[in-house]
Each structure stands twice: as C-alpha cells, then as structure tokens.
Design a protein around this ligand. Structure first.
Ligand SMILES: Cc1cc2nc3c(=O)[nH]c(=O)nc-3n(C[C@H](O)[C@H](O)[C@H](O)COP(=O)(O)O)c2cc1C
Length: 319
C-alpha cells in the first residue's frame, strides 16, 4: 500500500497530470480500467484568480473521480495564497506543486522547473502551501535544470523539510524536455535519501518499462503519462494489447463522455487527437486518421470509429 499523507492507495500506477489532456472524461476512462489516483492538469495560480470558465472546467469532478490530485504552478506568495483560498471551494484529495514544467513561457516567469535553480525559494513556497492546505501536499521536480546542474537530491531534501508528503520526480533535466534518456540512477539516489514516498516518472510506456523503473530506482510508485494516451488498458491487470473492437468501444465511450462534458461541437475536435493515440500500432491507419481529423460531428466520428473496427494491429495476421 502507498501512503501519501492520510491517503491510502492500493495501486502503484498513478495517472500523471498532462496539460491539455487530463480532463474529466480522460480521467474517468482511465479510472474505469484501473487507474486509482489521477491528476487535473497544472493550473497557474494567477489564472485561478480570473475565475474563468476554463479553470472551473479543469477543476470539475464527480464522485467517481476520486482520489483526485490538483496541481498548481506559480512562484509568487500572494498569488499562491489567493489560489489556495479559491481552491477551498473545490473537491480534491492531494495538492501537488509543480517545479518540473520546462515550457519557456513558464520558466521565464520563474515558475515550474526554474525553481530547481533556487531550492531555498522552492522550500519557502512549499512551506507556505503546506501550512495553508487542508490536504496532503506533494511536489513534482525534475533531476535538475541541465546536465551540469543535477541537484535533485538537494531539492528533494528541501521539499521533504518543507513538509511535502511525497515527491514526484521526472528523471530528465529541464533542458531535455520530453526526449532523451531517463536517469534512473539519480531517481535511485533521491529515493535512498528520503523518508517520504518517491514516485518516478519518465518513459513509462509499457508494463516492462514500469517494471524497469521500479527495479532500477526502488521507487514507491510510478507516474504514467504518455503511456496512457489512447491506452487506458495500461492500468488493467492483463497486459495484452486490445484488438480494434475493444479499442473502438473505449473510443465511443470516451467520445460520448467528451460530448457530455464539452458539448458536441467542441468535443469532436477535442477528440481528434485521441483518435490518433487510440489508433497507434494499427496497420495502414493513415487514411482513416485523416478522415477522423476531418470529422466535425458525432455522427461523422462514429462512422470513422465503426470503420476502425475492421483494422488490424501491426504484426497481426490479416483475415
Ligand atoms: C502533453 C503533456 C502534458 C504534460 N503536462 C504536465 C502537467 O500539466 N503537469 C506536470 O507535472 N507534468 C506534465 N507533463 C509531464 C508528465 O506528467 C510526465 O512527467 C512526463 O511526460 C514524463 O513521463 P513519460 O515519459 O512517461 O511521458 C506533461 C507531459 C506531456 C507529454
């Protein structure tokens, strides 16, 4: 069992926060297949104050969507405090603080991964969050800013000192972005140095790679990010890949859940990218994908999904 503050989790696979992706329909579908803890995409503390439709949509949840993590991004005390106040009216079980995002727009403002360059500041901000949160606070970091400044162990100890209940660590530097090797060795060092749970992230694309992460780092749990795109089956016990019929059923459910959530017009275009992910690994899929990207209505998308049922996985015999 994994304990994060007062939260008890049976699963050691956690659905990662993914910006532009981790909405309620996505979380619910992954939960249906076995994901336990899931996250809302990162929310900037400044934008929380605008009280926009977009942020309240990001934070909307229901009773199946539990346990739920919310992740905030920011670097200014006043905005953070205001955000924590606003968050009081929302339901969630864990609050994560982002010190991992590598996007220029974010790091240029001193947020996300740029906090790795100032571990003391990160500790101060985390203390503030811990003191003002009614749920356990976690932090997400990377192994360092670049390969010449790998300082995850130091940052992690500061985070633990600030009262974080668990640490998420993406085994890449900020400069690496989302490509290149994952440094299992640094994650292992961090795990050895901390008393709180360490949850590892990076290239968890298959059951084998999840095993590798556990074996090589000794981590307490892993975060599944790109490995879950179009692949909620990642979270079920059986590990064989589903055939087209089963994938089509999940796509229909996901599409309808998006329609309920966003309304038909927006939902179909939001679903385009998911069609691309669900159909990965199927033979001669390009033409059908193009058709999916052109679909504007539920009916058009459903027709494409029906046609998809006839497709075979790469390596599967025809007929
Ligand atoms: C499209 C996309 C959006 C992401 N958005 C977030 C985010 O909002 N917050 C966060 O902490 N990490 C975010 N990440 C990082 C992932 O949570 C994860 O740490 C990273 O992708 C490494 O795992 P992977 O190699 O298994 O994908 C995002 C990753 C991707 C690909």
């Amino acid at each position: 069992m994994l304990k994060i503050g007062n939260l008890r989790l049976n699963s050691r696979l956690i659905l990662a926060p993914m910006s532009g992706i981790s909405d309620l329909p996505f979380r619910l579908l992954n939960r249906k297949f076995g994901a336990e803890l899931a996250f809302v995409e990162m929310i900037n503390v400044r934008s929380l104050g605008y009280n926009s439709r977009k942020t309240s949509q990001m934070l909307s949840t229901n009773k199946e969507d539990k346990p739920l993590g919310v992740q905030i991004l920011g670097c200014e005390q006043d905005y953070i405090l205001r955000a924590l106040d606003i968050l009081k009216s929302y339901k969630y079980d864990i609050l994560d603080f982002n010190a991992a995002c590598p996007v220029k727009k974010v790091t240029r403002r001193g947020e996300g991964a740029s906090l790795l360059k100032d571990p003391l500041k990160l500790q101060r901000l985390l203390k503030l969050v811990v003191e003002n949160s009614r749920v356990p606070v976690t932090v997400k970091i990377r192994i360092g800013w670049d390969k010449n400044s790998i300082n995850a162990r130091e940052v992690a100890l500061y985070a633990q000192g600030a009262g974080a209940s668990a640490l998420f660590i993406h085994g890449r530097t900020k400069t690496q972005g989302y490509g290149g090797e994952v440094d299992y060795r640094v994650i292992r060092q961090v795990k050895k140095s901390l008393d709180i749970p360490v949850i590892a992230s990076g290239n968890v694309f298959s059951a084998g790679l999840a095993e590798k992460m556990f074996d090589e780092t000794g981590c307490d749990a892993v975060l599944v990010a790109r490995g879950a795109l179009g692949n909620p089956w990642f979270f079920r016990k059986a590990k064989e890949l589903p055939q087209a019929d089963e994938v089509a059923r999940a796509m229909l459910e996901h599409l309808d859940s998006c329609i309920d959530f966003y309304g038909a017009r927006n939902a179909v275009s939001i679903f385009h990218k998911f069609f691309g992910w669900y159909s990965r690994g199927f033979r001669k899929i390009r033409r059908l994908r193009e058709k999916a990207y052109r679909a504007k209505t539920r009916q058009e998308m459903c027709r494409v999904i029906e046609e998809f049922r006839g497709y075979k996985r790469v390596g599967q015999k025809a007929g």
